[in-house]
Design a protein around this ligand. Structure first.
Ligand SMILES: [Zn+2]
Length: 204
């Protein structure tokens, strides 16, 4: 892994974080995202409690799997353990995007999964949006609770917390987080004006 590649990862993390903030998937300093450099065992991740509006490439942090800072002048995201557990347990995952996007998070608060009501859910989310059990914010258990679902799905709703989306690349993980929110928004609207119908063959 060259330093050029790590710089490219830092740029991608920065630009995607700003995009997610602009798209209102993250409020305040909530949410966090990362890319995993598996050959080095290093995670390129957003800093803890840092304003997305003024965030620059130098503010992105690189940590090892124990949370030691390899590069950067800030603490890593307070939810770094969740990212690390996902990378440790899911070899196909190369990036994690975690948001508290409002529509999806409201279903997470209700512990209410979202059935397959939209065609995009099949290719992008791999089926219905399931709920992972609640765990204390910042603990490794948050990630461990999501792993069984993320083995089969590209995103899940974390009880009383938010959304975690994964992908082989950061672009994919980001798109999955966008579809999780879009799905929740449309399901919310559909519930308010009638009875949503599940796509045939997906009524599990
Ligand atoms: Zn969170």
């Amino acid at each position: 892994m060259s330093s050029r590649q790590l710089t490219a990862y830092k740029q991608a993390v920065l630009l995607t974080a700003k995009k997610a903030y602009d798209e209102k998937l993250m409020a305040g300093t909530s949410g966090n995202l990362s890319v995993f450099c598996r050959e080095l065992g290093q995670v390129v991740i957003t800093p803890s409690s840092y304003d997305y509006g003024i965030m620059e490439e130098k503010d992105i942090v690189i940590i090892d799997l124990e949370g030691n800072v390899i590069q950067g002048c800030h603490k890593p995201s307070s939810e770094w353990k969740m990212h690390v557990e996902i990378y440790k347990h899911l070899p196909h995952v190369g990036a994690v995007v975690h948001t508290h996007s409002p529509y999806a998070t409201s279903f997470a608060v209700n512990h209410q999964e979202i059935p397959v009501i939209l065609i995009e859910m099949i290719p992008f989310l791999k089926g219905k949006l399931e709920i992972s059990p609640y765990a204390e914010q910042g603990s490794a258990q948050v990630g461990l609770n999501a792993v069984p679902i993320l083995k089969r799905k590209n995103a899940c709703l974390m009880a009383n917390h938010g959304v975690v989306a994964v992908g082989e690349t950061l672009e994919q993980a980001y798109i999955h987080s966008v579809y999780a929110e879009d799905t929740a928004k449309i399901y919310h609207m559909a519930l308010s004006c009638g009875q949503p119908v599940v796509i045939p063959g997906y009524e599990e």
